[in-house]
Ligand binder design. Structure first.
Ligand code: CO
Length: 423
């Protein structure tokens, strides 16, 4: 059971090199489970006992199932589709000495820079092309071969490299693309991969990604490493739980939202109206009133699922003295007095109750009191759709590295808890 889940998770991570690919993979899984796609620019006609999904920007998705009886409120799990990476700029090619072609890129989100160096990288994302019949269309692109590398500067040329080096994103982090003969070929390569003419590409959102495949490792194969575990591990596990759950009494809602790594404030992020628009539209289409929506909301619960920091083996002092999550120790419930995480006494109790009924272990996370931590999508989403929410995640190391590490057991715990949650 655990092995087959890890295989599936690895495949999902490896075939989701960008948020657009992740959403496309989720869509295809939902199509395979007889979900119907809705479009925001068309009328919705929903039926009780049916299953649907809708996307925004091809980088966020909300799937839901309507119970065949009067709904008892809503059960929502939200995770995010994006991960920190380098984004390819417009006019990307740069020359060095008439000998090299590099790509001009900029940071998307707050990544660890060092692990992006000296490893094969490639490019994935989407291009927007002019189609003679259909107007502007989006096409997925994945070059899917070792294409780029950001070479380190030799220790001889940077004697301070091991004494705390400050990476300059415009100088240190630009990938080498080819010899001078590669000049003028990058967008042609992208066009070929998308199966379009270079001149038809009118826009693009392209990101670098680490080519290293997922690995299961350790003395007893207790660890899994791959890029984008934050947060595709939660997106994957909550999807499996969503599909497995009974979904008989509540409106079951599965969300994966873009833009978490850059503050959620895009049209498709957790700070947008996407979730609110979708939930109210579902209610309208099922002939519920706005008051019914508010009543359902008061009876609803959301799990904001975004990976959590496990205690680091070399830096155990960086974790809180009494809230210490470990890999393979179960789902992490996150607390913050200033509500960067929106777990409170009530939502903690609700989440623990679900996990205890499902036989799933729960660990707790809080930042050290003398350290500022990160935030996530739960409290942001609550400004649009306010309901009891618990912030949780799966324990991991090296968050925001292009190669992160988690435990082999924890994915299955979230699948089990999510399946119990979607009752
Ligand atoms: Co995250």
């Amino acid at each position: 059971m655990e092995r087959s889940i890890l295989k599936e998770l690895s495949l999902f991570l490896e075939t989701s090199p960008s948020c657009f690919h992740a959403i496309d993979n989720i869509k295809n899984i939902l199509f395979g489970e007889q979900f119907t796609q809705l479009h925001e620019n068309k009328k919705w006609k929903l039926n009780n006992g049916s299953r649907y999904f809708v996307t925004r920007n091809d980088s966020s998705i909300i799937a839901f199932t309507v119970p065949d009886r009067e709904m008892a409120g809503m059960r929502i799990i939200a995770s995010h589709s994006d991960s920190p990476a380098f984004k390819v700029k417009e006019n990307p090619e740069l020359e060095t000495d008439g000998q090299y072609i590099r790509l001009n890129v900029e940071r998307y989100g707050g990544m660890l820079c060092a692990p992006w160096l000296d490893r094969p990288l490639s490019v994935a994302g989407r291009v927007i092309v002019k189609d003679r019949q259909r107007g502007l269309c989006s096409r997925l692109v994945n070059i899917d071969r070792d294409l780029l590398l950001i070479p380190n500067l030799a220790i001889h040329m940077n004697r301070e490299a091991n004494d705390g080096y400050k990476y300059n994103a415009q100088k240190d982090m630009l990938p080498l693309y080819g010899a001078f003969t590669a000049k003028g070929t990058f967008m042609k390569l992208i066009a070929d991969a998308a199966g379009v003419e270079e001149s038809d590409i009118l826009g693009h959102d392209l990101f670098l990604y680490n080519r290293q495949k997922a690995s299961i490792w350790g003395a007893s194969e207790e660890f899994i490493s791959c890029g984008r575990l934050d947060d595709l591990q939660c997106a994957f596990a909550s999807l499996k739980g969503f599909l497995a759950g009974e979904k008989a009494s509540h409106l079951a809602v599965y969300c994966v939202l873009d833009s978490e790594e850059v503050g959620n404030t895009t049209k498709q992020g957790a700070a947008s109206t996407f979730l609110y628009d979708t939930l109210t539209r579902i209610h309208d289409s099922l002939c519920y009133t706005h008051e019914d929506y508010l009543i359902h909301l008061a009876d609803s619960f959301m799990i904001s699922a975004d990976n959590a920091h496990a205690v680091h083996p070399n830096h155990p002092d960086k974790s809180d003295p009494s809230n210490r999550p470990y890999l393979n120790g179960g789902i992490v419930l996150k607390f913050n007095a200033n509500q960067k995480y929106c777990t409170d006494g009530i939502s903690a109790a609700m989440f623990r109750d679900i996990c205890s009924a499902a036989g799933v272990p729960v660990q707790t996370f809080a930042n050290r009191s003398d350290m500022a931590g990160g935030s996530t999508l739960g409290n942001i989403s609550n400004t649009q759709v306010a309901l009891n929410t618990a912030d949780i995640g799966l324990p991991q190391l090296a968050m925001h590295s292009p190669y992160e590490t988690a435990g082999v057991k924890d994915t299955a715990y979230l699948i089990r808890a999510a399946a119990a949650f979607y009752c």
